[in-house]
Design a protein around this ligand. Structure first.
Ligand SMILES: [Fe+2]
Length: 293
């Protein structure tokens, strides 16, 4: 939609920008309106109740792209979280570190009105309507912070490895395990509820087609989450997910993050199965920069 210079980010750099609100066109707002209107009945049917409460407490405008400052006015008193504008990709250590600081890097661009279903990368609808309502829940917020702390644990662990090849191998596998965990929970997680399975993952909460597919399609395998399975399970991002994992509650999710960190310290993440996602150089570097400090 617009060009914003992306600075080369290093650990400690502030990745945030101002949301250039005046640059949204009427068509951009129309895209938001259309996305929001068609998701609303699906949220009522398939989203978990914490998300529904979150949508209510954020007072999101169904008709206009939200101003992040307005969103934060409602969000911050609830959990301390804030949605902070970024111009694009954030290297993974910095992203996780932002979570630790209760800052959620938020994309400010919106998908095109004539391509509402096509989403190669996050946009403001995914981030603000899919993720941020979950950040109003204290248990979920604590889980994200805890996950952010795991990134520091990872950096610390690899800083103690002298051999460079072993260090890079170990770190690559740990990042892979963390990315898989994030994918199968925060992005695509399902949760039990008295009314049956409900969605809490933001990739599903922001997808008109997949939110329903995730709950009703016979083509989806749905299993109670097992940490050792999730961290060894490859995933692909360009089609509906054929395999989803179920948690019992956010307390359960929090305990899984604890377990993840414990296993990381014990070396159990250092040799997870190869395969997707590919860990890119920039992500590795973001952790290595931190561990060199
Ligand atoms: Fe996301």
């Amino acid at each position: 939609m617009w060009e914003v210079d992306t600075p080369t980010l290093t650990t400690g750099a502030d990745p945030f920008i101002r949301q250039p609100y005046e640059r949204y066109s009427e068509e951009n707002h129309q895209a938001w309106r259309a996305l929001y209107a068609r998701m609303l009945p699906r949220w009522e049917r398939y989203a978990n109740r914490h998300f529904q409460q979150g949508i209510d407490s954020l007072c999101l405008d169904p008709n206009r792209i939200p101003k992040l400052d307005d969103v934060n006015r409602f969000l911050r008193p609830l959990t301390g979280f804030q949605a902070k504008a970024v111009s694009g990709y954030i290297p993974s250590f910095l992203f996780f570190d932002c979570l630790r600081n209760r800052q959620f890097p938020t994309t400010v661009t919106v998908r095109r009105l004539d391509a509402l279903d096509y989403l190669p990368e996050p946009d403001i609808f995914h981030d603000v309507a899919g993720h941020v309502p979950m950040h109003t829940d204290p248990h979920f917020a604590e889980t994200l912070v805890r996950f952010g702390e795991c990134a520091h644990t990872a950096a610390e662990i690899v800083s103690g490895i002298r051999d460079e090849e072993v260090r890079v191998h170990t770190l690559t596998r740990i990042i892979k395990a963390m990315a898989r965990f994030f994918w199968f929970t925060i992005e695509f997680g399902l949760m039990r509820s008295p009314d049956g399975l409900r969605v809490y993952g933001s990739g599903l909460l922001s997808s008109f087609g997949e939110i329903e597919h995730a709950i009703v399609s016979p083509d989806v395998q749905r299993y109670p989450i097992q940490l050792e399975w999730a961290i060894n399970q490859a995933f692909e991002i360009d089609h509906y997910q054929p395999l989803l994992f179920i948690v019992d509650s956010f307390d359960h999710l929090f305990s899984l993050v604890d377990q993840l960190e414990k296993w990381m310290k014990e070396g159990k993440l250092s040799n997870v199965a190869p395969g997707e996602p590919i860990v890119i150089e920039q992500d590795l570097k973001s952790f290595l920069d931190r561990s060199a400090q």
